[in-house]
Design a protein around this ligand. Structure first.
Ligand SMILES: [Zn+2]
Length: 426
């Protein structure tokens, strides 16, 4: 695909994400060598794999899936040329609204300086100084990058404004690109409140939440030493819940801590990072389950979202996905795309890291990057390719999903459909 073709992609910031476009006619994707459906109602193992399959799209949704020889007629056709078709990636953790970059900080870290999270304040300064158009241009660029790499659903957080006006505008801009917007006013305590964190928590729970909530679906807190302690985190998340926001937590990234168990206590959709977990953390995650479409027929109420791009970019030990999976915890993979600790928008890169460094099988990693991300966002319309799901999918120039981890760094994605609409052509 060339950058030029992307300039003509039909989905633009500001377009409604839902409802799916109407009257676009039917579209048949056929000659699919391997179709990953994540539909456990059928055969094909935990990924619901079908061979020699076809898939019909109508009104932006999957209308039919079956053997190619029984494929219905359609207005248009895409030939998958024997390649693999998967659900679009669901990146359930990204920080795309910011200004500036921190390449120098990355270089210093690679030269031996430890990561502490303190660089967030650098980005806060740059973000406050940026215009709306500059922030929007950054989100558009990163959103486009992500979609070219197969991401069709992305969560976008605020958290680099940390004033009432800057958090509200960050979320307003994020909402132009996704319906999964997250208020992260509690990212760090900004410098002007360094001596009075209680006052900052009051601001977050009061005027900042009031300004942010109309533009947000979720609330999140960075519950970590040097950010917010458990009492502040609980208070902020409870305020968000009280106005109808769902809960997510940045937890146990830099060391052991109370974040994971706080998330479980509050019924969080996801606890994210999970790099340093005790047995009690894993027991807490594993002990609450809900019915779902996942391989076990159940998933844990609170998903453990692993962000290996952060460990890669901070040269830190990776989370142990195997330990979580063996305990029956539902695992998602996401990018954590942000300018400080994980400046990648690439789900295939994170998936390859998860297989190589976190003891996930390729199938587990594909599931975690698609259906797992959907579970972490409590969505049933994405992350799978079955009748009624949103027609978000990618076509690989590869004979199986294994190639995503087997061929790291290689641009295997030939085409992406979002809401059934082709986003690029080879
Ligand atoms: Zn994050």
């Amino acid at each position: 695909m060339s950058p030029d073709t992307w300039q003509h992609r039909p989905v633009r910031p500001g377009d409604p994400v839902r409802p799916a476009p109407r009257n676009t006619g039917s579209l048949l994707v056929d000659n699919i060598g391997e179709l990953v459906t994540n539909d456990v109602g059928g055969e094909g193992g935990p990924l619901g794999i079908r061979r020699d399959a076809a898939l019909l799209v109508e009104d932006g949704q999957v209308a039919w899936v079956g053997p190619a020889r029984y494929a219905p007629a359609a207005d248009r056709r895409i030939d998958a040329e024997g390649g693999t078709v998967l659900p679009g990636f669901v990146d359930s953790h990204a920080h795309l609204v910011f200004a500036g970059d921190r390449a120098a900080e990355f270089a210093a870290r690679m030269a031996g300086e430890p990561y502490t999270g303190g660089g967030i304040r650098t980005t806060v300064g740059a973000t406050r100084a940026a215009s709306d158009d500059d922030l929007r241009a950054t989100v558009r660029r990163l959103h486009g990058e992500a979609m070219r790499q197969g991401t069709t659903t992305i969560e976008i957080k605020s958290g680099y404004g940390l004033t009432v006006a800057d958090e509200a505008r960050s979320l307003r801009i994020a909402a132009e690109f996704t319906e999964d917007t997250t208020f992260l006013g509690a990212h760090v305590v900004p410098a002007e409140y360094a001596d009075r964190p209680d006052d900052y928590v009051g601001l977050v729970c009061g005027p900042m939440l009031a300004a942010a909530a109309p533009h947000a679906r979720w609330i999140d807190v960075f519950c970590e030493r040097g950010a917010f302690d458990v009492d502040h985190a609980r208070a902020i998340l409870a305020c968000g819940q009280a106005v109808g926001l769902g809960v997510r937590v940045h937890a146990n990234q830099l060391g052991p801590g109370p974040g994971v168990q706080l998330g479980v206590e509050l019924g969080a959709a996801s606890v994210d990072h999970c790099t340093h977990l005790t047995d009690a953390d894993i027991d807490a995650l594993a002990s609450h389950r809900v019915d779902c479409m996942c391989p076990e027929g159940l998933h844990t109420t609170t998903v453990a979202t692993l962000l290996p791009g952060a460990e890669f970019s901070t040269r830190s030990p990776y989370p142990d996905a195997r330990r979580l999976l063996d305990a029956g915890v539902t695992v998602a993979l996401a990018t954590d795309c942000n300018p400080g600790s994980s400046y990648t928008s690439s789900m295939p890169f994170c998936l390859a890291l998860a297989v190589r460094e976190m003891r996930m099988t390729p199938a587990e990693a594909v599931w975690a990057a698609t259906a797992g991300g959907a579970a972490a966002l409590r969505r049933t319309d994405v992350g799978r390719l079955a009748r009624g799901a949103r027609a978000d999918l990618m076509i690989l120039d590869a004979p199986s999903h294994l190639h995503l981890a087997y061929r790291p760094g290689v641009p295997l994605i030939r085409q992406v459909l979002h809401n059934g609409v082709p986003q690029c052509r080879p």
